[in-house]
Design a binder for this molecule. Structure first.
Ligand code: S3P
Length: 168
């Protein structure tokens, strides 16, 4: 079994993913991390040196390589589900759990961080609102379960996912 975490930057995929992996005795994988290891470059460097398109291709490549693997909580980059092909590849790996939070909450969580190229702009809150508005329909559509992390702490969010898995 795998569990896939999808959702916007700062929605809690990494924190909740680690917690969930620990609770379910699964290993934690992060597609951004796998891309960085394979490329020998940080996400920031990939965007700066090769461009977003190359990064998006690397996301698909990583999902192709993960096919057939088992026993992971897989946290994905916030833009992963924008490609239909990626959603199909993710579905073969496991259920898609959407972590969700509103723009202000996201902004509070990510401000001061500099490793996300899309949010390294003069007004990150405006950018968050804009990108989120463009992605919301896709996130909602692909989600098998939605968890609003703005009202839950990490342990509660992981618990919610665990309960849902047990009820399936
Ligand atoms: C992105 C999200 C990032 C990373 C890249 C692009 C996006 O991952 O994949 O900076 O398009 O939303 P996190 O969601 O883990 O921050």
């Amino acid at each position: 079994m795998n569990i896939i975490l999808v959702g916007f930057m700062g929605s809690g995929k990494s924190a909740v993913g680690h917690k969930l992996a620990e609770k379910l005795c699964l290993s934690y994988l992060d597609t951004d991390q796998l891309i960085e290891e394979a490329a020998g470059l940080s996400i920031k460097q990939i965007f700066a040196q090769k461009g977003e398109q190359v990064f998006r291709d690397l996301e698909t490549e990583v999902l192709q390589k993960l096919q057939g693997s088992d026993g992971h909580v897989i946290a994905t980059g916030g833009g992963m589900v924008l490609r239909r092909e990626n959603v199909e590849l993710l579905r073969k790996l496991g259920p898609l759990v959407l972590l969700w939070a509103g723009p202000e909450v996201i902004f509070q969580r990510i401000k001061g961080q500099t490793h996300r190229p899309l949010l390294n702009v003069p007004d990150p809150l405006v950018e968050i609102k804009k990108i989120l508005a463009g992605r919301k329909a896709v996130y909602d559509k692909v989600a098998d379960l939605k968890v609003d992390t703005s009202k839950l702490n990490v342990a509660q969010a992981a618990e919610r996912i665990e309960q849902w898995l047990a009820s399936k």
